[in-house]
Structure formats: C-alpha cells, structure tokens
Write a protein of this length. Structure first.
Length: 294
C-alpha cells in the first residue's frame, strides 16, 4: 500500500482552498495517510486530522471566521475589494500607520487575542488526539532554524506556524521565538516525508510575482525583490514533491476570509481537474517505477 502524504502550503485566506482539495480527495477515496501544514495550511490540516474527515471542514472554517475572536482582529483593514479611490487611500494610510506602529510593538495583534482564537479552534487537544498523523512547521528567529511540531498541544504548534511576522505575535517557548513556518519553508514537503509518506502531493497557493508596476520607491522595489526571492525558494521546495496542485487563488487577497466559498471551490476545481493524474500517482505501479528509477 502506497503511503500518501499531502503538504498544505501557507497563504493566509487563500489556504481555505485546501478545504476544497481535501473534500474532493475524500469523495474519491484518496485519503492521505499523513498531513503537514504551514501557516493557514497548518490550521486546515490540524482541524482535518483532529476530525479525521473533510466533511465538517467548511462549516468549522465558517464558524471560525464568524467568531467574535476572529472578528476582533479586523483583518479587513489590510485590503479592500473596492476600486473606489477613497477606499484605496484609506488602505494606504492604514498600511503606513501599521508599519509605523511596528517600531514600538512586536505585532499588530496581541498575545491574548491570538491565544483565545486558537483555543476556540483546538481547546486542549494534543497531537496524540489526532486521527491522522500531522506535522506543522515554524522558524525560530533566534537560531534561524526550522522547528517541526509532531507532539504537544495543537494550539501552541499551530499558533507558531501561523505567526506572520508583524501581524501575529510570535509564539515564545523557553529560549525559542517562533514565527510563521513560511519564512523558510512555505510548502512542508520534507516534513510530510519525515512523517513516513512515500508519495507527496503538494498544494501550492503562490505563484510568480505579477508585473512589476510602479517600482518608483525604495519600499516597492524592496517588496518586489522579496517576492521574487520567496518564489524562487518555493520552486526549489516544490521540486521535491511528486505532484503539485495549484488552485487558482492568485487574485484573492491573503486577508479576504469573506471569500470562503469561492476559495473552497478553487481548491475543488484544482483537485477535480487533476484527479486522474493523482490516482495514477498513487498506484502501486507508479510507486514501484519511481523506486526503480531512483
């Protein structure tokens, strides 16, 4: 029997597309033996592995988005769907205030609010309570080393994996200061292999940076350079996967959690389009051929 693992990449709200992927796989009896997640991929992956099924994932995501704790974060301030000049101006002003505030505090959101949100999701559940083996990653910004979570409290592990620098507070554990695993490894292909997966399906929510328009300030040039660097790193990581699913989510904003249904549908469509290829990938013949060639 081929041991199939799925690596759920980070991407903020775009990670809701993972729900659609998992739904389609389960509907076609292609349930992964192992799951690894980074950032939002860690949230979806941990909930999925705790339940052992994709059936309630969408409802649980909706419940999280509508919760008072999530609402308090005010993520809408980071984007606007409107093409209105005034709305865009408000976002520009917010971004300037936000970056200015980071000179005086470690993150936009506070520790207590973050802890309450993840407690609502996972309570006191531990990795030992999971129905499917799961791992998520973070990075220790003191040592610059990737940290892999496979035991302990889910709340702590997922918080660490989701701690977007400057947005969510780091998760502090003794001498470690842990932030979003996407800083060093945004698609946890290697972690799911370490769990025991023979074949890895990666779900990638990123893509090449769009056209470099308006590169007229040092800040914009710096942001563009970082986006290119991140994409090149992602490509190297994805080369280690056996197959990569790429839901078409590039047009969605990382903070637009109101687009739950559309994002889930993007995940479903990506999985449905490549269903035959995934089934072939998981066949014993394909697995033995891979072993022989390598």
């Amino acid at each position: 029997m081929v041991k199939f693992g799925i690596a759920l990449g980070g991407g903020g709200a775009k990670g809701l597309a993972h729900i659609g992927v998992l739904e389609v796989l389960e509907e076609n009896s292609l349930k992964p033996s192992f799951v690894a997640g980074t950032s939002m991929g860690a949230v979806v992956g941990a909930i999925y592995c705790l339940d052992g099924s994709a059936q309630k994932l969408r409802a649980k995501a909706q419940q999280m988005i509508e919760s008072k704790e999530f609402e308090k974060f005010g993520l809408r301030k980071f984007y606007t769907k409107s093409g209105n000049v005034f709305e865009r101006f408000k976002r520009e002003v917010f971004e300037k205030i936000y970056f200015g505030e980071l000179f005086f505090k470690k993150s936009y959101f506070k520790d207590e609010a973050t802890r309450k949100l993840f407690f609502e999701l996972f309570g006191g559940a531990e990795f030992s309570d999971l129905k499917i083996p799961f791992a998520c990653n973070a990075v220790d910004i003191r040592s610059a080393q990737e940290v892999l979570f496979t035991k302990g409290r889910l709340l702590d592990a997922v918080w660490a994996s989701c701690a977007i620098p400057g947005i969510f507070p780091p998760y502090v554990k003794k001498e470690k200061v842990l932030v979003d695993g996407g800083v060093v490894n945004n698609i946890p292909v290697e972690p799911v292999k370490l769990l025991g997966a023979d074949v890895v399906l990666a779900v990638y929510l990123g893509g090449p940076p769009g056209p470099g328009d308006e590169l007229n300030t040092g800040f914009r040039i710096n942001q563009r350079s970082l986006a290119i660097m991140k994409y090149q790193l992602d490509k190297r990581i994805l080369a280690q996967a056996d197959f990569v699913l790429r839901p078409e989510v590039m047009d969605f904003h990382w903070a637009d959690f109101s687009a739950l249904d559309e994002l889930v549908q993007c995940g479903r469509e990506a999985a449905q389009v490549h269903l035959k290829e995934i089934k072939k990938l998981l066949s014993l013949w394909h697995y033995f051929k891979k072993k022989i060639l390598h």
